[in-house]
Write a protein that binds this ligand. Structure first.
Ligand SMILES: [Zn+2]
Length: 419
């Protein structure tokens, strides 16, 4: 399957044809003479790399709007975990499909997920034609029996993950240091090292996590994870709001990555701003995530990067900090590097994960600077067409099967509280 996008604008202002073959951008030229299985009119559109959502819990779309305006601990323990206990694999399949649909509509083709019913999420990701870095939620609550079960099930998922490749990449997902024992974390570190598996974990999200870590282990969360051998370039730490200078030095030295989730952090009041300047000056790789739909409550990366950019300026009292282009590139090119996806730009040889943004909208008039318009003026609704791994997954804002997905998800979510 090859695709020709005719006469589309690129970010630098030129108009070009883009020829896509075998999941890659094969040619960018003024007038491509090759014939393709599918031709897309790029008129009045701009081609940009697709967004990568660095941290979410996809099937939480089913819980959107169910429990808002609560403290993190009450929200999680009294509302979210209670409802999640009722979920079946089939529910998660439809919830994940709904999340994929929403992400496609917002120009996201890759997401980093942590949720229950791993295989059902994996099926949904494959069916939707996007990519997921999927981790099962690893929680043992310091119970050795649960720890054994979790370890066994993760080994089994790792073994079968190949059948969902290339859409799905298996990751370990130790939930957080207050829900996973030291022994299990040490196991995860060793398994990650010996099999090259990424580790996706909540890190330094709230003050109570930091207090827990200092009281139980006598160390900050980052110091404790380093001691367990978990921090490396394979480590994907969601949040990092409570990272201090000593922590930042450790993260930089170990090559660990952070994922900033500005909307979720604001909504759940985690009590400390992501340390944008410290992380940036320490050269810690970071990108952005939406977090799950019950703490955001949607999956729009354009909104997320606007929040990040504004919070970075406000918290540093520096309006020049995290400018629009940098925010955009962190959510695309830099995220591509963090997730080992190679070149994530509109250029020959890059992976063909491309969005076409509709320029015939008021947000893009007068359009002095595309990055400014994307980050500060637009939202995900401006995305017209999405190519994921060289396949068209949305054109003219229509995704195959979208009505069925919404209907199924609606039914599941409606029935859930009464089960
Ligand atoms: Zn999360």
């Amino acid at each position: 399957m090859n695709i020709l996008i005719k006469g589309v604008r690129l970010a630098e202002g030129t108009v070009r044809d883009i020829f896509i073959e075998d999941g890659r951008i094969d040619e960018i030229s003024e007038a491509c003479a090759r014939t393709a299985h599918r031709t897309i009119d790029g008129g009045n559109k701009i081609a940009l790399p697709a967004f990568i959502n660095g941290h979410t819990h996809a099937a939480m779309t089913l819980l959107r709007g169910y429990a808002d305006d609560l403290p993190l601990k009450t929200w999680l323990e009294e509302k979210i975990w209670v409802l999640e206990a009722k979920l079946t694999g089939e529910d998660v399949y439809w919830g994940t499909k709904l999340a994929c649909l929403e992400m496609i509509k917002n120009g996201v083709t890759v997401f980093n997920d942590m949720y229950w019913f791993w295989e059902d999420s994996a099926r949904a990701v494959c069916d939707m034609g996007v990519r997921g870095f999927l981790s099962a939620v690893f929680i043992d609550m310091f119970d050795p029996k649960k720890a054994c079960e979790q370890i066994e099930s993760n080994i089994e998922l790792f073994r079968i993950a190949e059948k969902y490749s290339p859409n799905v990449v298996f990751c370990l997902g130790p939930h957080a240091l207050y829900s996973v024992s030291r022994e299990s974390l040490a196991w995860a570190a060793e398994f990650s090292r010996s099999h090259g598996v990424p580790v996706h974990m909540h890190l330094a999200e709230s003050e109570s996590e930091t207090v827990f870590s200092r009281e139980k282990y006598g160390r900050s969360p980052v110091e404790f994870l380093e001691e367990q051998g978990l921090l490396s370039e394979r480590f994907l730490g969601a949040h990092g709001c409570w990272v201090d200078e000593e922590d930042a030095a450790i993260l930089a030295r170990t090559g660990a990555n952070l994922i900033n989730n500005p909307v979720s952090n604001l909504k759940l009041c985690v009590g400390s701003m992501f340390p944008y300047r410290l992380v940036s000056e320490s050269a810690i790789p970071y990108c952005f995530g939406t977090d799950g739909c019950s703490s955001n409550n949607h999956l729009d990366m354009m909104e997320t990067i606007k929040f990040a950019s504004l919070l970075a300026k406000f918290s540093t009292n520096d309006p020049t900090f995290l400018p629009a282009r940098e925010a955009f590139e962190r959510a695309t090119r830099d995220a591509g590097r963090i997730f080992g996806l190679g070149d994530w730009e509109i250029k020959a040889g890059s992976t063909a994960d491309i969005i076409l943004v509709d320029l015939a909208r008021p947000e893009f008039v007068p359009n002095f600077d595309i990055y400014s318009d994307i980050v500060y003026a637009a939202n995900g609704c401006v995305v017209d067409t999405v190519v994921s791994m060289g396949r068209v997954v949305m054109e003219g804002r229509r995704v195959d099967g979208e009505d069925e997905i919404m209907e199924h998800a609606r039914r599941v979510a409606r029935d859930l509280p009464a089960r």
